[in-house]
Design a protein around this ligand. Structure first.
Ligand code: DGL
Length: 264
């Protein structure tokens, strides 16, 4: 039994990263976590590449003050634009989140899939490269969804707004598509609404469990996994309002969450 209690650092622009955190907690329950939601700067999907890189560097520096052993970028947008910068600059293992195009292309029978994500992710070179590398011979329809993350940030209080946006964006998913990739970590919290809006059987695929599996193998390979039986602790920080974060996060995770304010 190994007792490496150094935490895993994880960040997103907001509460979306919790969809990755919950998978990590499931697959690596003994680990400690430091989660940062950069809510002072949400939405990342409308930031420039330079802004995204600057924010990612500042957040990583903050998380390193907690002596993290692994950094998980629980944000597709930040991964697409800043993972190389972080890897060049910081000497620790980094796992990023990208839209699950590779498994989608493998599983698709109709050879047509759609990807929804933030405007920045959808227009990124990183996504183009992912498609060129892993989805040869598959039609991939890219749909940028401005404002959708905000319906999750506000705790889905205004469900009607989420439905209006989803009906608008999902009308562009071709009838022939048999898989929809959720290319933003906020969207898994909208799964039921997405299914209802599509109104037909289509498989939804997100990156959560794959990111947790990858993180686990990185920790095991570097001999830093914490395999003790007892549940680890998670500390939550936000650059926005801790009260607001705590209330939305408690609702999304279905358990009480307390948060502190962080300045990055
Ligand atoms: N959750 C983020 C992602 O996966 C970004 C949402 C946003 O801030 O625009 O891309």
């Amino acid at each position: 039994m190994v007792m490496n209690t150094r935490p895993i650092g994880i960040f997103d622009s907001g509460v979306g990263g919790l969809s990755i955190l919950r998978e990590l907690q499931k697959q690596l329950p003994g680990e400690n976590y430091v989660f940062l939601a950069d809510q002072a700067h949400v939405p990342y999907g409308e930031k420039t590449p330079a802004q995204l890189r600057t924010l990612a560097v500042r957040i990583t520096k903050f998380l390193l003050t907690y002596d993290i052993k692994l950094l998980v970028i629980a944000c597709n947008t930040a991964t697409c634009y800043a993972i190389n910068t972080l890897r060049n600059r910081f000497d620790l293992p980094i796992v990023g989140t990208v839209p699950a195009v590779k498994p989608a292309a493998q599983y698709s029978r109709s050879k047509t899939v759609a990807v929804i994500g933030t405007p920045a992710t959808i227009k990124s070179d990183a996504l183009t490269m992912l498609i060129e590398t892993h989805a040869r011979g598959v039609r991939v329809v890219r749909i940028g969804c401005k404002g959708l993350e905000d319906t999750v940030e506000t705790g889905l209080l205004d469900g009607a707004r989420a439905d209006t946006l989803l009906n608008h964006y999902l009308s562009r998913v071709p009838r022939s598509a048999d898989l929809l990739v959720l290319g933003c970590t906020h969207y898994p919290f909208l799964k039921n609404r997405i299914r209802r809006s599509l109104g037909r059987r289509i498989r939804l695929i997100d990156s959560g469990s794959a990111i947790a599996r990858r993180s686990k193998s990185v920790l095991i390979a570097s001999g830093t996994a914490n395999t003790r039986g007892r549940a680890g602790l998670t500390r939550y920080f936000t650059t926005g309002s801790p009260e607001n974060f705590a209330s939305v996060a408690s609702k999304l995770l279905k358990k009480p969450v307390r948060a502190l304010r962080a300045d990055i």
